[in-house]
Design a protein around this ligand. Structure first.
Ligand SMILES: Cc1cc2nc3c(=O)[nH]c(=O)nc-3n(C[C@H](O)[C@H](O)[C@H](O)COP(=O)(O)O)c2cc1C
Length: 226
């Protein structure tokens, strides 16, 4: 870290526990990304975004970004109001044309609701990928997870199922193949360019912060005057 800082390189790291946030703050990281278990893709730890964010903001002095479950202006406004410097989104962009998803995958993302994801090792184990056991991935539930999530230990020997998964990935058959996505997938309801998604998040959050704060604080002052 010292060497990188000497060369003017800014360091950010994603953490999933308060302990790790304290460790990287001590190590001198410049920016911490707090990632809760709602997030899409591979994720570790057991704590959701909001409790983890509060714990980390109370504990470290390093600038914090929030990741996991944010895909609308309300989430951005909440994160900023809590004291985060910004948000870090993945799932919000999954239906954007800039994302390398197939059209069939984008259609599923747009249709999926917030209860349609699962945190599972099934896809990694079936593909023989070396993700550590404490790093499952959050993906859309499908026929493959319905069958194999509860029988992970049997997967390494299930050659037929593994072969079927490989073929499904190649042919973009998402009844079996994976689409990694977070719980915020329920908020992704149309295909929009990445620029439009980001613009909407920023503009909407700004409006919410202005209106809500004005209303809440004016209401509070009116009460004090009574
Ligand atoms: C499809 C997908 C792939 C991801 N791949 C990575 C990755 O390679 N490395 C990483 O640090 N985070 C990865 N993430 C996690 C993001 O960095 C981020 O923490 C997460 O998307 C935020 O939560 P959200 O999905 O609810 O927006 C991935 C997320 C998704 C949805």
């Amino acid at each position: 870290m010292e060497k990188l800082h000497q060369h003017g390189i800014v360091l950010a790291t994603q953490v999933n526990t308060r302990t790790d946030a304290m460790q990287v703050a001590r190590d001198g990281v410049d920016l911490i990304v707090v990632q809760g278990t709602e997030a899409g893709g591979h994720v570790t730890g057991q704590v959701s975004t909001l409790p983890l964010l509060q714990a980390v903001l109370d504990t470290v002095q390093v600038p914090v970004l929030v990741a996991g479950g944010i895909a609308s202006p309300r989430g951005v406004a909440a994160a900023l109001a809590a004291g985060a410097e910004g948000v870090w989104v993945g799932t919000a962009l999954l239906a954007s044309p800039e994302c390398e998803n197939a059209e069939q995958a984008r259609a599923r993302i747009v249709q999926a609701g917030e209860t349609d994801t699962i945190l599972t090792r099934a896809f990694d184990v079936a593909q023989g990928l070396a993700w550590p056991a404490q790093y499952p991935g959050r993906a859309l539930r499908n026929r493959f997870t319905d069958q194999w999530h509860s029988q992970i230990d049997a997967l390494p020997q299930a050659n037929e199922a593994r072969q079927q998964l490989a073929e499904a990935i190649a042919s973009k058959n998402y009844d079996l193949a994976y689409i990694y996505a977070g719980e915020a997938v329920g908020l992704v309801t149309r295909q929009q360019s990445a620029a439009d998604v980001i613009q909407h998040l920023g503009d909407g959050a700004e409006r919410l912060l202005r209106d809500r704060f004005a209303m809440l604080l004016e209401g509070h002052e009116a009460l004090l005057e009574e």
